[in-house]
Design a protein around this ligand. Structure first.
Ligand SMILES: [Zn+2]
Length: 286
């Protein structure tokens, strides 16, 4: 009972919105080409195609990943919301929230949830591309500016949200897949359909979702949520290094069903116009 109340409060963005303003449930059939309102008219939309040659060097300090190395306090709630698999991020076993600060961010951004975008057996499905390359999948860790009340409130503000993007690539024999990521993806067999959910014991930290990818080398720009209503509230940080994963891991995602009971595949949005926005690259160094 208590768990239910808790999880209702945690129906967090971007997937609190199942409908566009005309009442239609949105989908990925055209990878977002038919989405309306700000998704169609916005000038600071995401994802974008990163062209490393055209980035500006970011001289800011590194991003500080606070409590990312501390085990999360379980149980951890995982849900098929009809568009993706999402995981609520609880506090750590020390009772502290994981958060990020530094880089181009002002203030603290609390880690609230994570989810994935992926392709199909025949197509890659990362949202961002780097030098015209689309990767197999992309993980988003969504953070809310600590000064706002909740994620819905934060989505209305220009400095409301900060998302960390991690690109995933299938390789033949990945050396070390992060243990947390393995646990979360293994759990999706329990969430085959829209609204199905499960809990897993924690026993891992957010760093164990990301693995050894260099946290200090990243691409950064100001953009939007990549799902309706496409709020332009996101400071994006996409790690330049790619996280190697296995075929068997990503193939578990291809077997899920979406809100129409269709295969949940290719749940990524098309590349959006940059519209002269600056894109920054911070090179790996402490
Ligand atoms: Zn996302």
């Amino acid at each position: 009972m208590q768990a239910n109340v808790f999880h209702k409060l945690f129906l967090w963005l971007p997937f609190a919105y199942h409908h566009t303003s005309n009442g239609m449930e949105w989908n990925y059939l055209t990878n977002g080409k038919t989405w309306t309102d700000l998704c169609a008219t916005g000038k600071q939309q995401s994802p974008i195609a990163f062209d490393i040659q055209k980035t500006r060097e970011l001289k800011s300090p590194r991003i500080y990943f606070a409590n990312y190395n501390v085990e999360l306090k379980g149980p951890i709630f995982i849900k098929n919301n009809g568009h993706t698999i999402s995981m609520d991020i609880p506090a750590t076993i020390n009772g502290q929230p994981p958060f990020i600060s530094g880089g181009r961010l002002r203030g603290r951004y609390l880690a609230k949830g994570l989810h994935f975008h992926w392709g199909s057996p025949n197509s890659n499905g990362s949202e961002h591309t780097i030098n015209n390359r689309r990767y197999d999948a992309e993980m988003h860790i969504v953070h809310r500016n600590a000064k706002y009340i909740d994620i819905i409130d934060a989505a209305e503000k220009k400095d409301g949200l900060a998302v960390i993007g991690v690109l995933l690539e299938i390789v033949k024999e990945p050396i070390a897949i992060p243990t947390g990521l393995t646990k979360v993806i293994n759990a999706v067999i329990e969430t085959p359909r829209d609204e199905s959910n499960t809990t897993i014991p924690a026993g891992f930290s957010l760093d164990e979702m990301i693995g050894n990818v260099d946290h200090n080398d990243f691409l950064s720009y100001d953009g939007s949520l990549t799902t309706p209503l496409c709020h332009e509230a996101v400071s994006w940080t996409v790690f330049t290094q790619i996280l190697p994963v296995s075929f068997s891991m990503v193939s578990k995602l291809w077997k899920l069903r979406d809100h129409c009971n269709h295969p949940m595949i290719n749940n990524f949005r098309d590349i959006q116009d940059l519209n002269n926005r600056p894109v920054y690259h911070r090179f790996g160094r402490a």
